[in-house]
Design a protein around this ligand. Structure first.
Ligand code: FMN
Length: 243
């Protein structure tokens, strides 16, 4: 494994780990020990979740036949992405870097069946939502005390709250998982385009109907170097006191 000069290990400084956590799509086929994969999932569980509901699950795939099935689907979504979305380059990325990224996407698609591990992050509020729905009288009472204008704004706001809360409860864990992977010298990438064919991915993995998938994270030892991320300067994205 080549890591150049980035710090590696469970005690690697967190800020340096964050600054060197790039998407790693070129992975070696060598297996990743199960204990290490479990450590990554444990790091994910340390993240916050809305209402501390902790309704996440992680499907860890290492079986070669399952990986081959995922690889078949992956190639379909990746080819679609390359033909469509990827034709519009990100504004802030030099053309030659974007070409390198697309080369990495093609490499990953061709080698996906060799990916040592894929972790699928899932979330299902299920039971909690049902118990909450039983409290509808309380909601109706609280709503009527707001007055009609605010009640209308609240109704729209609560929809946004509901829509975003599940995702907001699973992605912090995904980020923890990615950081833990990077700290251990592993390469990983947060991916979401499986969502375009989610029912087929779920069928392969036997994920129940009421459980949503949010990210598929290929994990393995990197073929290339770990190194610093390139991002917009903080000064460019900060608005002080108002937009
Ligand atoms: C919400 C989200 C969805 C993403 N989906 C995909 C994906 O489907 N496939 C993929 O290869 N990378 C995906 N990525 C990874 C991004 O392409 C990557 O983080 C970005 O290009 C920065 O790469 P870098 O860290 O190597 O600089 C996704 C990232 C995020 C945050």
């Amino acid at each position: 494994m080549s890591t150049t000069s980035v710090p590696v290990g469970a005690d690697a400084p967190i800020v340096e780990v964050m600054a060197t956590m790039r998407a790693m799509r070129r992975l070696r086929p060598d297996p990743v020990p199960d204990e290490l994969l479990e450590e990554l999932v444990e790091a994910a569980t340390w993240a916050p979740s809305g209402g501390n509901v902790q309704a996440y699950s992680f499907v860890v795939v290492t079986d070669r036949e399952q990986m081959a099935r995922l690889a078949e689907l992956w190639r379909v979504v990746c080819a679609f992405y390359l033909e469509t979305f990827a034709t519009v380059a990100p504004t802030r990325m030099p053309a030659e870097r974007y070409e390198r990224l697309k080369d990495a996407l093609r490499f990953q698609a061709e080698h996906f069946h060799e990916t040592p591990a894929v972790i699928v992050a899932c979330y299902s509020m299920g039971d909690w939502t049902r118990r909450l729905a039983a409290q509808w009288r309380r909601f109706a009472g609280a709503m009527s005390s707001l007055g009609p204008r605010r009640a209308a704004t609240f109704t729209a706001g609560l929809k946004a709250f509901g829509d975003r809360s599940e995702a907001a409860s699973v992605y912090p864990g995904v980020q923890n998982l990615l950081l833990a992977a990077r700290a251990h010298g592993l390469g990983a990438t947060l991916t979401t385009w499986h969502l375009a064919l989610e029912p087929e991915f779920k069928a392969v993995l036997g994920i129940p109907r009421g459980v949503k998938t949010f990210a598929m994270i290929p994990v393995g030892w990197p073929r290339g170097n770990l190194g610093p991320v390139v991002r917009r300067p903080a000064a460019e994205v900060i608005h002080r006191d108002r937009w």
